[in-house]
Design a protein around this ligand. Structure first.
Ligand code: HEM
Length: 99
């Protein structure tokens, strides 16, 4: 079986570190941090590791419907996606699940 991107980059420990760094920067943003008031960040970080891990070929399934449910009530704006600036345009299926 070919090596996955998940394996090549070091799997869980690499992705966990990257996701934690990512949310550290989100939480210091005045525009983004209010979205995360009262959110269980440890639970969110674990789910995000699994979501990113699924896309990287790691041992998780991508649950687009769960992404949709988690974000529907937030009414996330395009400007907030742009501030995260991971890629433009947003890759499907994220954009349709989140906006
Ligand atoms: C590609 C973009 C994004 C991805 C892949 C993503 C992924 C995720 C994942 C996996 C969760 C955890 C869901 C769960 O616990 O069931 C989550 C939760 C959350 N996301 Fe995102 N997200 C993205 C963009 C955004 C943006 C732009 C915002 C707002 C600025 C946002 C705000 C939140 C909040 C507040 C939660 C916690 C919801 C709660 O626990 O009530 N996300 N996201």
């Amino acid at each position: 079986m070919p090596e996955t991107i998940w394996d090549r980059y070091g799997g869980y420990s690499f992705v966990a570190r990257t996701v934690r760094d990512f949310y550290d920067s989100v939480l210091v943003s005045a525009a983004l941090s209010p979205y995360f008031d009262g959110v269980n960040m440890e639970g969110l970080i674990e789910h995000q590791i699994q979501t990113v891990g699924a896309v990287m070929g790691g041992p998780y399934d991508l649950d687009v419907e769960a992404l949709r449910r988690a974000h529907r009530h937030l009414r996330v704006q395009q400007a907030h996606f742009d501030e995260l600036a991971v890629s433009d345009p947003w890759p499907q299926p994220y954009a349709s699940a989140l906006l």
